[in-house]
Design a binder for this molecule. Structure first.
Ligand code: ARG
Ligand code: ZN
Length: 881
């Protein structure tokens, strides 16, 4: 394990390498425990570099077994090799030279899943961010780009499939029992995009014809027998390729594109050039085993990795501080793709829910960092929701500021100007400035300042002059290392809605820039005055969530209900309903705390049920409206001193009130919303199922009975309905025999299907209440729980810590101590996974004092451990600061 040496990497220290890498030629002789890697590298010294400067290559847990200089043995006095580096001295001043480096690595023993490892008998790699240095000594940084030639030699019977990046050169028998395959990737790439896969896999084949008529072979590799479950992924891939041509003018650039699904993977997937490697959870699907959400995730992630071919691979990052350059932009692209494939408004609602529940807490806690950080200790810990999702929001704001054609002009310039380069966020922003003759200096603060801006809003209407004045004030909270902030450029989409529901158009605006529907808040405090407005309008602000900010705006329930009914932006209607729900939920928590009976505002109930029953609205939207803010959403809204029990109780009470009031509607929806015909994962059918299933959940409150859910469980003919019914049974009636039986039926029906077993684990891990910890402990002893598999660990331990507020935040702190032990155990095998799961405690300071105290001791327990990976140490120390 790589432990922490306390070094901090600073953006300000960036400098280019002394040597330029011209070519990479790798030969792998595969062996499960002793793979030989020969690496031939051709370098020359960069012009102007000190002729005595040594060549420094990175390593991680490596042993050097051979080193040749221009094919000759090098005297040991000329180099130093440690597990972490290889330093070679006395190299030529300017002419190119060749180094041949030999290392032996043990894929079987690689439990970190970084570098070359084995999963279910398959060799596979993960090199981003710094995994390549676990294979061979190398300048392992994203600004070193070269073409790669790869030769793989392996046991013929065990490895009928041997893959790497680029185009296939050829393959044949090699010697007794062994075969070789050779690949060449002509596109210069950094080492983090290298991939190798070998083993015995099934394949699904297809082709795609690109816009200029090139035929591309498409291949998805899965375990034998699972081929049929890759059909949806293949379809999503072809749609992604087409969409990127039409929307961004981006064409694929090799004659083959391959995807491999593996069962042990730290993240979702990886965009290696021409050879994407996926967590099989995001490839495999069929109606019996995958939910609508699984299908949507597959579509989005297949697209995401494919889109990286241009935003990430053809144009890559200069250094890891620029990670959002590829991730934020590519998330934006996959969001747009899904919006075009599905319902734009519903997709936006789901994005914003995710952003607020994941990124906002990160930005408000000890792990807050700018979208473009300036220092890190462990880069793996910066694959965060801030870099990805807030990074995407920042890209979206550029599109909002410049408009569709201005954004396109900037993107076109970016692709043209930087193709083949490793660049920075500044390079990216400059393209939009140059293409639009616009200064984005203030806007760029979004990349540099952490923290979610708080915009305080008040308004005044003057009947006699028909003027409406809006006062806005922005405040960006202090975050680690950033005590004070500059005012930012916040684009706020808005509408003024008249009492008859029509949108009012002002005759004039004073006080700041307004372009179309967007108001530009650029000062700390700013007043906008709109004239020619009569009668008093209702302001709808931050429509479509044009800026990732918190709004503090004391809008009356009547005004919110008005927006919920009339806004032409569907997102804004959802937002108003959510705001109404939040008012009721937070008041409910306060009432409970002071011993008052909880009452729901009738205006909220009727607005909610009106939207839910409105047949002119798509079912998926109505389901989103009915999905109340989560317990952690409520905690975030309350802001501090949080008692998860009280939050849970208040939310349950509101659910009950909605269920009672809407019972006839829910009965109707449950009857009417069953899609006709065979299961289809399309958005419209999925929307109906989601509305029907949320109706089922409300009915379980209204009827106070498990009967309907038990029937639905028995009748379900697809995983979406089955898992939903099971969740209602297990979460609402955990002690009923029906719940126990359903859990058993579910497990035995899908015995041997690990991805379905994960659903079984996480449904049980998220059963509310203090009993959850015992349940989780028991499930960890189940034979189906494989501690070395990240998906299993995330499904059980991760779901418990991230998604079971009452169970995890037991008042006695037992679950925090349990998590601390788990983190230390997981850390021994897989530091990245341990660090990720530990971030579930990032909001510990907003708990009430007793729980916060327990959480603090659990974190201290981790911090005091004698052996701790760099990954976990970084997280735990930042959380304790
Ligand atoms: N680049 C990948 C993606 O977002 C994520 C890989 C992250 N890997 C890691 N070890 N941190 O598509
Ligand atoms: Zn990505």
């Amino acid at each position: 394990m790589r432990t922490d040496k306390g070094q901090i990497v600073n953006l300000a220290d960036y400098r280019p390498t002394d040597f330029i890498l011209e070519r990479v030629d790798l030969t792998f002789e595969l062996d499960p425990t002793n793979t030989k890697v020969d690496s031939r590298l051709i370098f020359h010294r960069r012009e102007g570099v000190d002729p005595s400067a040594p060549l420094v290559l990175d390593g991680d847990e490596l042993t050097l077994s051979g080193l040749l200089f221009d094919q000759n043995e090098l005297p040991t006095s000329q180099y130093d090799a440690t597990p972490e580096s290889l330093i070679v001295r006395d190299l030529p001043a300017s002419e190119p030279f060749e180094l041949t480096i030999t290392t032996y690595i043990n894929p079987e023993a690689n439990t970190q899943l970084m570098g070359l490892y084995r999963t279910n008998g398959i060799y596979c790699t993960q090199c981003e961010a710094e995994g390549f240095r676990r294979i061979t000594y190398f300048p392992d940084r994203p600004d070193v780009l070269a073409p790669y030639t790869i030769t793989i030699i392996g046991d013929k019977a065990a490895n009928p499939v041997m893959l790497s990046n680029g185009n296939f050169l050829g393959g044949a028998g090699y010697d007794e029992g062994r075969a070789f395959a050779a690949w060449f990737d002509p596109h210069p790439k950094p080492s983090y995009l290298f991939a190798l896969v070998a083993g015995d896999l099934g394949v699904v084949d297809d082709t795609f014809e690109t816009m200029s008529g090139n035929e591309v072979a498409l291949k998805i590799y899965v375990e034998h027998g699972k081929e049929a479950r890759a059909a949806y992924a293949m379809d999503a891939l072809k749609r992604s390729m087409k969409w990127d041509e039409e929307r961004f003018g981006r064409e694929y650039d090799l004659n083959i594109f391959q995807i491999v699904a593996v069962s042990d993977f730290n993240m979702g997937a990886m965009e290696n050039k021409g050879l994407n490697v996926f967590n099989d959870k995001y490839v495999l699907a069929d109606p019996e085993t995958a939910t609508d959400q699984d299908y949507a995730n597959i579509e989005a992630i297949i697209a995401h990795e494919y889109f990286h071919n241009w935003t990430g691979n053809r144009i890559t990052c200069r250094d890891w501080f620029q990670l959002c350059l590829k991730e934020g932009l590519t998330v934006y692209r996959d969001h747009e793709f899904s919006a075009d494939m599905r319902s734009r408004a519903v997709k936006r609602i789901a994005e914003v829910r995710h952003l607020k529940s994941e990124q906002f807490p990160e930005d408000a806690g000890p792990l807050a960092h700018p979208v473009r950080p300036t220092k890190y200790r462990e880069i793996n810990n910066f694959y965060t929701t801030t870099v990805y999702e807030k990074g995407s929001e920042v890209t979206r704001m550029i599109a909002t500021l410049l408009g569709e054609s201005g954004f396109k002009a900037g993107m076109d310039l970016y692709f043209e100007r930087h193709d083949g380069q490793a660049v920075t966020v500044e390079d990216f922003v400059t393209c939009f400035e140059d293409a639009n003759h616009r200064d984005l200096t203030q806007f760029s603060l979004w990349y540099r300042q952490a923290g979610t801006p708080l915009v305080t809003v008040s308004s005044q209407y003057d009947q006699s002059s028909g003027s409406f004045t809006l006062s806005l004030e922005q405040m960006i909270p202090a975050t680690p290392g950033q005590p004070t902030k500059e005012p930012m450029h916040i684009p706020l989409s808005f509408a003024l809605i008249s009492d008859n529901g029509a949108l009012a158009t002002p005759t004039a605006v004073k006080g700041g820039e307004v372009t179309g529907e967007v108001l530009h808040l650029t000062e700390r405090q700013q007043n906008f005055t709109f004239s020619g407005i009569s009668p008093r309008p209702v302001l709808s602000l931050n429509r479509s969530f044009s800026a990732p900010v918190n709004l503090h705006f004391d809008q009356t329930p009547t005004d919110l209900a008005h927006i919920a009914r009339y806004d032409t932006d569907l997102f804004a209607r959802w937002q108003a309903l959510t705001e109404l729900a939040v008012l009721n939920l937070t008041q409910g928590v306060r009432d409970l705390k002071t011993g008052k009976a909880l009452t729901c505002d009738p205006a909220f109930l009727s607005a909610l049920l009106e939207a839910a029953g409105d047949e002119t609205l798509e079912p998926a939207f109505r389901a989103q409206a009915l999905t109340l803010p989560s317990e952690s959403d409520i905690a975030r809204e309350l802001g501090g001193n949080n008692d998860p029990e009280a939050i849970h109780a208040a939310r349950q009470a509101v659910l009950y009130a909605v269920a009672k009031e809407g019972q006839p509607l829910f009965l109707r929806l449950f009857e009417d919303m069953k899609p006709a015909g065979a299961y289809s994962p399309d958005a419209a059918s999925a929307g109906k199922r989601s509305l029907r299933n949320i109706a089922l959940s409300y009915l379980s409150y209204a009827e106070a009975s498990h009967a309907r859910a038990a029937e639905a469980f028995a009748a379900a003919d697809n995983m979406t309905d089955l898992a939903q019914a099971l969740t209602v049974l297990a979460h609402r009636f955990p002690d009923s025999t029906q719940a126990t039986e359903a859990l058993e039926t579910f497990q035995s029906r899908f015995e041997g299907n690990a991805l379905v077993t994960d659903k079984w684990f996480s449904i049980q891990a998220t059963i509310p209440g203090a009993g959850a910890l015992e349940r989780v402990k028991q499930l960890m002893a189940d034979a189906r729980f494989v501690a070395s598999n990240p998906n299993r660990v995330r499904a059980l331990v991760g779901s418990f810590a991230f998604s079971n507020p009452t169970g995890f935040n037991r008042a006695d702190g037992e679950a925090y101590r349990f998590l601390a032990e788990q983190i230390l155990a997981i850390d021994q095998r897989n530091p990245q996974l341990a660090a990720r799961i530990l971030t579930s405690m990032r909001s510990w300071r907003s708990l009430e004092a007793q729980r916060a105290d327990h959480a603090h001791s659990a974190l201290m327990q981790i911090e005091r451990a004698t052996v701790l990976s760099a990954d976990v140490r970084d997280i735990v120390e930042r959380m304790l600061k």
